[in-house]
Design a protein around this ligand. Structure first.
Ligand code: KG4
Ligand code: ZN
Length: 344
């Protein structure tokens, strides 16, 4: 079964063709990151307009890459939430048009569930390699959720961020340090040169699986102010060294809390494996820490499948339809910017 996965919930116009939920035939991502970088963050209206410009060429490239055409498709999957309303609308309406015009099944996919299913691509299969229940950490620009997955489509939210999402915290910290947008990759890169001289606090919120990242962001802001790095824009040599150290300390604090809480939850719920997803799961320090500490089967998509892509949407749709749930939408399907993950 060949499913086209369309993803436009934020700042990537992404379309992918996936066969039987696990085999990627094409994966095209038109990133708007350079456009939004000028404004220091994502501008929703600019994102919607850019999706309009990119969506047809992205479909063409995706079909070309798979060396096929629309007639080969069995179903159309599209992210219908959560995300930016105007951005989601572009993908959803485009998907509806293809589905209506070609009489193809339409499957609306929750973006967060899509991030989980990136773990079924690239030859891996958490269900057979580990088995349910699985613990999933979804850490992206808009969410930091710890989810217990007891079967396909069966989720329980164990904890979530009470303030900033992890990716949002990375983006804000990078802005304070003058590192540009998106912040996660910028902080990761500069932190490589750190000697480990700075330490920032961790918010453990003991007794819950919730996260809080705003305190550490404020601690970083205060240090940046004390040292004159913020709001100053002319960085001195001394500042550069400090920026490297504070960026590394920030990255370490976030990673440590996410790793510890995920492993604790996996133990408490007798999970057989750990799944990561979302843009922050592309972070090399977080990935390595999980590899060092997880004593369970560990699944981490390659970085290009952690950040937003259409393949994860197509994969998720396959398990929603073929996987026994028979999920099909109609042209009445709407976008839902605050769509929640189905919770048992
Ligand atoms: O999943 P994603 O592509 O989009 C959303 O669903 O939000 O995640 C984007 C977020 C951004 O905040 C970005 O800074 C962060 O993921 N990110 C990273 C890395 N790559 C992307 N954060 C830390 N380290 C990275 N290497
Ligand atoms: Zn995402």
């Amino acid at each position: 079964m060949k499913i086209l996965g369309i993803e436009t919930s934020c700042d990537e116009t992404a379309i992918s063709l996936v066969e039987d939920g696990r085999s990627i035939m094409s994966n095209v991502i038109a990133s708007q990151v350079e456009i939004h970088a000028r404004y220091g963050g994502i501008v929703p209206e600019v994102a919607s307009r850019q999706h309009m410009l990119e969506i047809v060429p992205t479909l063409r490239s995706s079909l070309d890459q798979a060396d096929t055409d629309v007639s080969a498709l069995d179903a159309i999957a599209v992210t219908n939430g959560p995300g930016l309303a105007g951005a989601l609308l572009v993908g959803v309406n485009f998907a509806k048009a293809i589905s209506f015009g070609r009489d193809l099944q339409l499957i609306g996919v929750n973006h967060l569930e899509g991030h989980i299913y990136a773990n079924w691509l690239e030859g891996r299969n958490p269900e057979t390699e580990a088995g349910f229940p699985l613990i999933c950490l979804i850490a992206s620009g808009g969410h930091t959720d710890l989810v217990l997955m007891s079967g396909h489509g069966s989720y329980r939210l164990l904890g979530r961020t009470r303030d900033d999402a992890a990716g949002e915290a990375f983006d804000k910290a990078a802005r304070v340090l003058g590192l540009g947008f998106p912040g996660g990759p910028a902080i990761q890169k500069i932190a490589e040169a750190a000697k480990g001289t700075e330490i920032l606090p961790r918010a453990w919120l003991r007794g819950t699986y919730d996260f809080s990242f705003s305190g550490i962001k404020t601690a970083l802001l205060n240090k940046a102010k004390e040292t004159g790095i913020y709001p100053s824009s002319d960085k001195r040599e001394y500042d550069k060294e400090f920026v490297v150290e504070i960026a590394a300390a920030f990255q370490l604090s976030l990673a440590e809390v996410m790793v510890a809480k995920t492993i604790d939850a996996a133990r408490e719920y007798n999970c057989k494996g750990i799944l990561l997803g979302g843009g922050v799961a592309a972070n090399s320090v977080l990935r390595q820490m999980f590899k060092d500490k997880a004593e369970l089967h560990l699944f981490i998509p390659s970085p290009r499948l952690c950040t937003d892509n259409g393949a994860m949407i197509a994969s998720c749709a396959y398990f929603m339809s073929e996987g026994g749930r028979g999920h099909i939408d109609t042209v009445d399907m709407d976008v839902n910017p605050s769509l929640k993950l189905g919770i048992d």
